[in-house]
Design a binder for this molecule. Sequence first.
Ligand SMILES: Cc1ncc(COP(=O)(O)O)c(C=O)c1O
Length: 427
Amino acid sequence: MKLYNIKENDEQVSFGQAVRQGLGRNQGLFFPSQLPQFDDVDALLDEDFISRSSKILSALIGDELPQDQVNAMVDAAFQFPAPIKQVKEGVYALELFHGPTLAFKDFGGRFMAQSLAAVSNGGKITILTATSGDTGAAVAHAFYGMEDINVVILYPKGKISPLQEKLFCTLGNNIHTVAIDGDFDACQALVKEAFDDAELREEIGLNSANSINIARLMAQICYYFEAASQLTKAQRENLVISVPSGNFGNLTAGLLAKALGLPVKRFIAATNANDTVPRYLETGQWDPKPTIATTSNAMDVSQPNNWPRIEELCGIKQWGLDTLGKGVVSDAQSAASVRELNELGYLCEPHGAIAYRVLEDQLAEGETGLFLCTAHPAKFKEVVDDILEIDIELPAPLAKHAVMELLSEDLANDFEALKTVLRKANK
Ligand SMILES: Cc1ncc(COP(=O)(O)O)c(C=O)c1O
């Protein structure tokens, strides 16, 4: 697999390099030079999740890793299902929260851990990642206890749900968690600054597990195929998929699935009040505003990292950006949608409910709608309990961590202070 740097096209790397490096020069994202095409998608959809995903990922990776090895990686990473559930006539929820940390990030995080182990050159690696909530847990659990890999996770202090925090800040061992005095964009900016520091990068074997890492995105492609495989052929020919979006990795993966041949009529980018992309699609002006805190906090991102990949892909495929659906949902509307879904007999948290709201508003006659449920409702227990006046029972992984001690350290939004933490973690 060859990839190029979107910002500096002359930088070309292999899959292994892209996974090890994370970002290219000048903070450029890597993008595949060629995308395989699956001509017989129906046959592919007839296969089971693991063998189909192995085929997709192997076709992307090419001859850099043998098929058997990719099979083993997928088998180890995807040990949980991605079922769809009908919530009403023609509308389905894709449940991506059946992994160990109850969020869609388990797919990408675990496949990335497998990929890094497969392509590492030996020597110590430091994974530095910023999280708005769920990436942290998925990455921490995927890499926990792995030899020669230290993980440093930055998160905005006080701006993620207490249960999200408990799930990854209680592990210890090779997992170091840092509560930054700032918002998610500040955390993301610190990660970028670290990547710009060539000396530091070399010294501690810096790598990122954010959705900027291509291995994570590649894994996410697979569950779009898995969702379609559970629909009838007629339904998937009119399929509209609504994606709750923050950093826009999930939507990038969906569009990549379409580029590989998955028949999707339309994608919808659903956001909360952090609406940089919907406004951009409306006005053509990229005008990020300060990040606003919402009840769908994992989507509180005003400078979405993955957007350049979407523009690149749409440019290559000549898909006009105006073919992308968009919608902005307020906290009040998302709470009303959580209630609406509950009345339909479906328990959902605010991120999924945002995708549902926009889908419901925009789905046309004869179309089949799918909205992505990116986290288990219990991960946002405080918000969901409050909206529905219920007391959701914690699933086992959450209940276990909820009573454990937080091991995070607090840090100012300061790069020099972060460097000290990174060097210490690498010892
Ligand atoms: C629960 C949940 N939903 C949606 C998103 C947004 O996904 P993306 O950042 O890929 O757009 C996130 C990202 O952290 C998330 O944790």
